[in-house]
Structure formats: structure tokens, C-alpha cells
Design a protein around this ligand. Structure first.
Ligand SMILES: O=C(CO)COP(=O)(O)O
Length: 257
């Protein structure tokens, strides 16, 4: 856990064990009425019912679903907005957010957003507001760039820029992903990405990330597009916080309606 003074807010995201299950629900800013998020307030209620530690959401969803969210952690997503120094920090404070999130694209020949991340971290630090960076090597579509080395690099440069924790793509074996975690300086959480072939694959990735030393997971589509997002969250909680095996956690997914 962070040793500097935003750590009270960090405790709203990370449980006492230092780990977090976070539902990424910010897709609406680019996709509009996105799958699983059509009824925004109900979607938030489902993940809260499942025991999620925090959600990642835009200001619009956070405001609309404030009552459903209750005291659950809130990471305010700044992406897809026009980034400028300190953009959004004051709003995050006013809305009681526990952290801010910015996506960056290390290695992108045109826009890396690393400068914005440094400025945001400096401004957020003035307010005691933690920042979660999401470094995607080159860009979401540049799959060939999403190598272990590039992911480890992206995580490290994000920490060097001042991020308090980092959301990084899971790749390789737990031993390999450990390079990302141990090289990063700050806690790393595994990013979900596109829907896995089955829910068990999503659970397995969470299990492997934890084995690699990750501090938790940030899953979007694999939670909100699940048949029962509440049960998917409950299963992930059992793995991330309870140390359960995939088989044991999967029992949550089989409970009759
Ligand atoms: O993380 C996201 C946006 O920040 C979206 O999450 P997924 O990639 O897990 O759907």
C-alpha cells in the first residue's frame, strides 16, 4: 500500500489485504449504449451486489449511479476527454472519487499522452488524489506491440511518471507477468480485455495474475457482459481476496437463478 498521503483514498479502492477487484464501466464514453451497460444504474448495482471493491467510470455514469454505488470505491476515468494538465482533478475531489484514471500509449509515434500523465500526477498529488495509469503499448489495435517487454516498459514508465497504481494487460505465464509486476515500483492490476472464450478463462487469468504478484484485476467486458455480472464479481472476489482456485470460485457461476 502506498506510503504517501493519498493512502486514505487508496484504502477505498484496495481492501485491507492490499488487493482489489475493479469493474471497468467506462466504455460508454466511446461506445455510447455499450453491451452490459445499457441500463447504467442497474449495471452498477449488479457489480456492487457482487462485492466489487471499486468501479472505473466516467463522471456521467458515476453521477447517475451515485446511489447504487454507495460507499464502493470510484475511479474516475478521464480518457477520451481532452487531456490537459490537471484536467478533472477538482471534479474528482468534488465527487468524492478515490482515484483518477488515464490511458497512455507508450511507443506511439504520434501521441503517447505520457506528458499529460506526468502533469496529471503532479496536479493530483497536490490534492492527495491517487492516479491509476493504463499504459497500452502503441495503441489498442497495435496487437503486435503488446509484448511482455513493452507491457513491462509501459507499466514502469507510468510509475516513473508518478502513477500510484497501474492497470496493465496480462500476458504470458505467471512467471513472465511477474516481470511486469516486479519492475513497476507500484501495484499492478491485470486488465481484462475482450471477452474470453468462457468465464472460466476470465477466472483463470485473474488467478494467474495474482500468482504473478498482481494486486488485483480491472475487468470490463468480462464482468459487465457476463451472464450474471454479480456472480462473476463474486467469483473474482473469491480468487483475488480469498485465494480460491478457479474450480472453487466457479461455483459462484453455477448458482441457480
Ligand atoms: O478497461 C477498460 C477501459 O478502461 C475496458 O475494460 P475491458 O478491456 O476489460 O473491457
Amino acid at each position: 500500500m502506498s506510503t504517501h498521503w493519498p493512502r486514505r483514498r487508496m484504502h477505498h479502492v484496495f481492501a485491507p489485504d492490499g488487493r482489489a477487484v475493479i469493474a471497468a464501466m467506462d466504455a460508454g464514453i466511446t461506445k455510447g449504449v455499450a453491451p452490459g451497460l445499457e441500463r447504467g444504474r442497474a449495471a452498477v448495482k449488479r457489480v456492487v451486489d457482487g462485492g466489487v471493491d471499486a468501479i472505473l467510470a466516467t463522471i456521467g455514469l458515476a453521477r447517475a449511479a451515485a446511489d447504487e454505488l454507495g460507499g464502493t470505491g470510484l475511479i474516475l476515468a478521464l480518457d477520451s476527454e481532452i487531456p490537459s494538465a490537471g484536467y478533472g482533478v477538482e471534479q474528482a475531489v468534488r465527487w468524492g472519487a478515490d482515484a483518477l484514471e488515464l490511458k497512455v500509449f507508450p511507443g506511439n509515434p504520434e501521441v503517447t499522452k505520457m506528458g499529460e500523465l506526468r502533469e496529471l500526477c503532479a496536479e493530483a498529488d497536490r490534492w492527495g488524489m491517487p492516479v491509476m495509469a493504463e499504459p497500452i503499448p502503441v495503441g489498442f489495435k497495435a496487437l503486435e506491440a503488446h509484448t511482455l517487454a513493452n507491457i513491462a516498459h509501459g507499466a514502469r514508465v507510468s510509475a516513473e511518471a508518478g502513477a500510484d497504481f497501474v492497470k496493465a494487460q496480462y500476458t504470458g505465464t505467471p512467471e513472465e507477468y511477474r516481470e511486469v509486476v516486479e519492475g513497476c515500483l507500484v501495484p499492478v492490476l491485470a486488465l481484462g480485455g475482450p471477452m474470453k472464450p468462457t468465464p472460466l478463462h476470465a477466472l483463470q487469468m485473474a488467478h494467474d495474475a495474482i500468482e504473478a504478484g498482481a494486486s488485483g484485476i480491472v475487468y470490463g467486458r468480462n464482468i459487465v457482459e457476463a451472464e450474471r455480472p454479480d456472480r462473476m464479481v463474486a467469483a473474482l472476489v473469491e480468487i483475488v481476496h480469498g485465494g480460491a482456485s478457479v474450480d472453487v470460485a466457479a461455483k459462484h457461476l453455477n448458482v441457480p437463478l
